[in-house]
Design a protein around this ligand. Structure first.
Ligand code: ADP
Length: 398
């Protein structure tokens, strides 16, 4: 099958055309600064050269129109006609507790996604824009919605409920949803493959560490618990997000600093995390590593807090899973920072985790980085959310 995968942000649209029989990426591209004065469209056909053009992209409809021109173009295109596309897979951030699986999109599904929009007021409306734009230009092609939250719908009640009055769950759906589902699902499946095991027989802790970060306890291929919560603000400390804190702090800072609750929430989302703890040195692990190596105490404090916070979740998920066979690092930091992987694993000695320092420093592709005598295998596996979406589209349609 040929599947077009669409991932819409508020001012961006990423796409990939994938031949799912071979998992070959036939074409990929990115529209940036949609709706702004100066936009940019980057296009890469197959193994070909990258093309980047500056252009005004008024809205997501225009972006879809240009992506169709690009993939069907006489010279740089990769298909002759749109009829070759069997399905379009859309990444949708929030499926609430309505969607535990990907779905074929129809009018009813669209209104249900709209109903979930109050849970993700920035993301879901933009995801819907992408769906509507594709429906306009590909009216006869099946559309499938794949949800970031769906993978975590297997969490038991004791994991997803908060210790607040039950009526807020019943009435307002306040519960843990979890995010990065496609990534956790993809890397846990890849980890099982690398272990040479049926995923049903595995207990894996996946660490998706990007600007946003979450840890997930995966048993037999199903999410049992995850660190993000009702929103992506919860869990480990992140680039600029605080992760989990005592909620009373919000009230206290608002009073002490004469700010509104909304202003304090903005600080927790955009001025906290590594950026906040490093006393505004940087939210980026590349900068922090450079400073850490020079002995900068702000960088040391931030990276210690990060590795402490991640290792605590891993420790608690060891209990949730009743033991662990593998720990997998993925996403921007997880894939690229040997230092964060080392700082985290150095704290996991009690679980019998031992890194192979050489392998950890010289990673390439998906590989095991733990030493022969480690009780738990440790992997570095590049995530691929678009491939995960394409795989799920095939499953849904078949
Ligand atoms: P997002 O959540 O925005 O998708 P990414 O998964 O792209 O984030 O991760 C971005 C983060 O990855 C950067 O902020 C940076 O901290 C980290 N990162 C990227 N490359 C490297 C590298 N070579 N070394 C260390 N950290 C890196």
């Amino acid at each position: 099958m040929k599947v077009l995968v669409i991932n819409c942000g508020s001012s961006s649209l990423k796409f990939r055309l994938i031949d799912t029989d071979t998992e070959e990426v036939m074409a990929r591209g990115l529209f940036e600064r949609i709706g702004e004065e100066k936009g940019r469209f980057t296009y890469i056909p197959g193994e070909g050269e990258k093309d980047a053009v500056d252009m005004i992209i008024p809205d997501h409809y225009e972006a879809v129109k240009h992506l169709i021109y690009a993939i069907t173009d006489k010279d740089r295109g990769v298909i002759k006609s749109l009829e070759e596309i069997d399905a379009v897979g859309h990444r949708i951030v929030h499926g609430g507790d309505k969607f535990a699986h990907p779905v074929i999109i129809d009018d009813k599904v669209i209104s249900e996604i709209e109903e979930c929009s109050h849970l993700a007021p920035i993301h879901n409306p933009v995801n819907l824009l992408g769906i509507r734009a594709c429906m306009k230009y590909l009216p006869d092609t099946k559309m499938v919605g794949v949800f970031d939250t769906a993978f975590h719908q297997t969490m038991p009640e004791e994991a997803y409920l908060y210790g607040i009055p039950y009526e807020y769950y019943k009435k307002d759906r306040v519960r843990k949803y979890g995010f990065h589902g496609m990534s956790h699902e993809y890397v846990s499946a890849e980890t099982a493959k690398m272990m040479g095991k049926d995923i049903k027989d595995t207990r894996i802790i996946t660490c998706h560490l990007g600007n946003g970060a979450s840890i997930c306890a995966v048993k037999g291929g199903e999410s049992m618990d995850t660190s993000m919560g009702f929103t992506p603000l919860a869990g480990v400390i992140m680039g600029t997000r605080s992760g989990g804190i005592d909620p009373e702090i919000v009230n206290y800072i608002a009073k002490e600093e004469n700010k509104s609750v909304q202003e304090v929430m903005d600080i927790l989302n955009t001025q906290s995390g590594l950026y906040g703890v490093s006393d505004q040195l940087s939210s980026d692990v590349r900068d922090l590593t450079e400073e850490y190596d020079k002995g900068n105490p702000d960088a040391k404090r931030a990276l210690s807090k990060l590795s402490y916070s991640i290792s605590k979740f891993i420790g608690s998920y060891f209990v949730v899973l009743g033991g662990v066979d593998a720990i997998t690092f993925t996403a921007g930091i997880g894939e690229n920072s040997y230092l964060v992987r080392k700082l985290v694993c150095d704290r996991l000695g009690a679980l019998g985790v031992r890194l192979d320092e050489e392998k950890n420093k010289n990673v390439k592709g998906a590989m095991m980085i733990s030493s022969e005598d480690s009780k738990v295998q440790v992997y570095r596996i590049p995530t691929d959310e678009e491939m995960s979406i394409a795989r799920q589209v095939v499953k849904t349609i078949r």
